[in-house]
Design a protein around this ligand. Structure first.
Ligand code: LFR
Length: 467
C-alpha cells in the first residue's frame, strides 16, 4: 500500500495540505486542500486568525479521510517569529498579534537599554528585524505585563497547532531561532538573556529538533477527523523546510527561498556572530541537522502582492510581469528593505513617495510600479551576493531559487542579469517538499540529507536562466 506523508504548509498569504509519497524513486506530490491566510485588524492590532487556521488544518485532514489517503505522519510549518502565550488553562492571553503589527515600534531601544545591540548579535547571531520575538515580548512586558506574568507557556505558531492536535507542548528548534532568543552555541533558549530581559523564564518549552515525534492525535481530534496520525516535527520554520529541499549537494551556490519574503543565503556548519556579519545584517538561523541558514531577509514578493491587492487582484502576477517588461526602460529604484515597505497603508503610494523623496521619476503606470519593484528586488539580491561573498571570503557559481516565487520568470531573468550568475529555478513547492523530506528521513526512506536532495533534483522540474 502507498505510504503518504502530509505537509501542512502555512504561509503568510495561504496555506495548503500536500500529500507526498515515494514512487519509483521519485517524490510525488498531491495538493489536496488550500486556504487563505493574512493578517486582519482586530482591536487596532494586525492579528492572525489562529482559530480559523486551525479549523482549516482540520478541514484538510478530513479531506485525507474522504480521499482514503491516510498519512503515516504529518508535519506543520509556518512563518517564523510569531507565538502565543497560554495561561494555566491553556487559553491564549491577549490578541494573536502578527509580525507586521506596529506594537514593536520603539521596543528595540528598550531591549538595547538592557543589552547592547552588538552583544545581542554575538549571543544570538540573528539579524535585527523589528518584529523578532524578542521585540514582540518587550512590547508585552511593557504594555501587557499581566499577560507575561500569567503565561504558563510560550508556543511558536506551529508548536501551538501541534499542541491543539496532540495535547503535547514542544518547542521546535528552527522556528525558535528566528525569535533572537536562542544561542547558536548551546542551540537552546538563552535563559541568561531571557532573565536579563525580564521575561518570564518558565513559559519557554523544551527545545526539540526536527524528526522528533510530537505525539498522536488526541481522542477529540481523532473523533473529529476520523483517523489517527503521528505528528512529527519538520523544520517548522517554513524557510528551514525550503532550504532542506534545495536540489544540490555541492556548496557552490547561494539560495533564495522566494515567497512573501526572499530569504537569500548559504548553508554553513558554524554560525558567524562577528560584528562584520552583524553590520551586514545577516542571520544565522537554525536549520535541519543543526546546519545554519546564513541568510538575509529581503522584502520579497510582498511588495508586488500588495500592489496587486490594491488593484483588486484584477491582474495575475504573469500580467504584472508583462507590464513590467513593457515598461523596461523605467529607471527609478527603491531600497526594498526600507522600513516604509514593511506594512504601509498603501504600497503603491509608499513606492511613489520613496521615489519622490529620493528625487527619482515617480512611477505612474502599473507597469512602471511593477518594473520598479522587480528591478529593485533583483538589485537587492545582487548587493546581497556581494556581501555574502565578501563575508565568507569566497565566490559562488550559481543561485538556486526555490518556492512559489521561483515561478516569476521575469524576476529570475533579472536576478541572473544583476547578479551575473546562472539561476536555477525550482521546485516551487520547496517548503512542503522540505517538510515531507524531514518526515521521510525520520521514516528511513532516505538515509541522509544528500540522498533526499538528490531525489528532489530527480523529481521536480528545474529551469536554468543563464546569465
Ligand atoms: C518567510 C518567513 C521568514 C521570516 C518571516 C517572518 O515566510 O518565515 O523566514 O523572517 O517569514 O516570520
Amino acid at each position: 500500500m502507498q505510504k503518504y506523508y502530509l505537509a501542512v504548509d502555512i504561509g503568510a498569504s495561504s496555506g495548503r495540505h500536500i500529500l507526498g509519497s515515494a514512487q519509483d524513486g521519485k517524490i510525488v506530490l498531491e495538493e489536496i486542500y488550500r486556504f487563505e491566510n493574512g493578517m486582519v485588524k482586530k482591536n487596532g492590532n494586525l492579528c492572525w486568525e489562529l482559530d480559523r487556521l486551525f479549523v482549516e488544518i482540520k478541514n484538510g485532514l478530513k479531506r485525507c479521510k474522504e480521499l482514503g489517503k491516510i498519512p503515516a505522519s504529518m508535519g506543520i510549518d509556518t512563518w517564523g517569529v510569531d507565538y502565543v502565550l497560554l495561561d494555566s488553562n491553556d487559553q491564549i492571553l491577549g490578541n494573536t498579534v502578527g509580525y507586521r503589527d506596529k506594537r514593536t515600534e520603539g521596543m528595540d531601544s528598550l531591549v538595547y537599554d538592557i543589552i547592547s545591540e552588538d552583544d545581542l548579535y554575538q549571543r544570538t547571531g540573528i539579524q535585527k528585524q523589528i518584529f523578532n520575538t524578542i521585540y514582540q515580548l518587550m512590547s508585552v512586558k511593557t504594555k501587557n505585563p499581566e499577560h507575561m506574568a500569567a503565561a504558563k507557556s510560550l508556543l511558536m505558531i506551529p508548536d501551538y497547532f501541534n499542541f491543539l492536535l496532540t495535547g503535547n507542548k514542544l518547542q521546535e528548534y528552527t522556528n525558535a531561532t528566528t525569535g533572537q532568543l536562542v544561542s547558536p552555541i548551546t542551540k537552546d533558549w538563552d535563559y541568561e538573556l531571557i532573565e536579563m530581559l525580564g521575561y518570564n523564564k518558565d513559559m519557554f518549552c523544551k527545545m526539540s529538533t526536527p524528526k522528533t515525534v510530537v505525539g498522536n492525535f488526541s481522542d477529540a481530534i481523532k473523533a473529529e477527523v476520523g483517523f489517527d496520525c503521528e505528528v512529527v516535527l519538520p523544520a517548522t520554520h517554513d524557510t528551514g523546510s525550503a532550504v532542506l529541499s534545495i536540489p544540490a549537494n555541492d556548496d557552490d551556490y547561494l539560495y533564495i527561498s522566494s515567497g512573501t519574503w526572499s530569504l537569500m543565503g548559504i548553508e554553513r556548519m558554524e554560525a558567524d556572530c562577528s560584528l562584520d556579519s552583524k553590520n551586514a545584517n545577516f542571520a544565522n538561523e537554525g536549520g535541519f541537522d543543526y546546519r545554519f541558514r546564513y541568510l538575509k531577509n529581503i522584502m520579497g514578493l510582498w511588495m508586488i502582492q500588495s500592489v496587486r491587492h490594491e488593484l483588486n487582484d484584477a491582474y495575475s502576477f504573469a500580467q504584472l510581469c508583462d507590464m513590467a517588461i513593457a515598461a523596461g526602460d523605467f529607471k527609478s529604484r527603491v531600497d526594498v528593505n526600507a522600513d516604509c515597505f514593511l506594512a504601509p497603508e498603501n504600497m503603491t503610494e509608499a513606492i511613489k513617495q520613496y521615489c519622490k523623496i529620493t528625487n527619482q521619476d515617480v512611477p505612474n503606470t502599473i507597469g512602471e510600479i511593477a518594473a520598479c519593484i522587480y528591478n529593485s528586488l533583483a538589485m537587492s539580491y545582487a548587493n546581497t551576493v556581494e556581501e555574502i561573498e565578501k563575508i565568507s571570503n569566497r565566490t559562488f557559481n550559481r543561485i538556486h531559487i526555490v518556492g512559489g516565487g521561483s515561478n516569476a520568470g521575469y524576476l529570475n531573468e533579472l536576478t541572473a542579469k544583476y547578479t551575473k550568475k546562472d539561476v536555477y529555478a525550482g521546485p516551487t513547492e520547496a517548503t512542503a517538499i522540505g517538510n515531507i523530506l524531514a518526515q521521510m528521513i525520520k521514516a528511513n526512506e532516505f538515509k541522509t540529507i544528500e540522498e533526499a536532495r538528490q531525489c528532489v533534483f530527480d523529481s521536480f522540474p528545474i529551469t536554468k536562466y543563464e546569465f
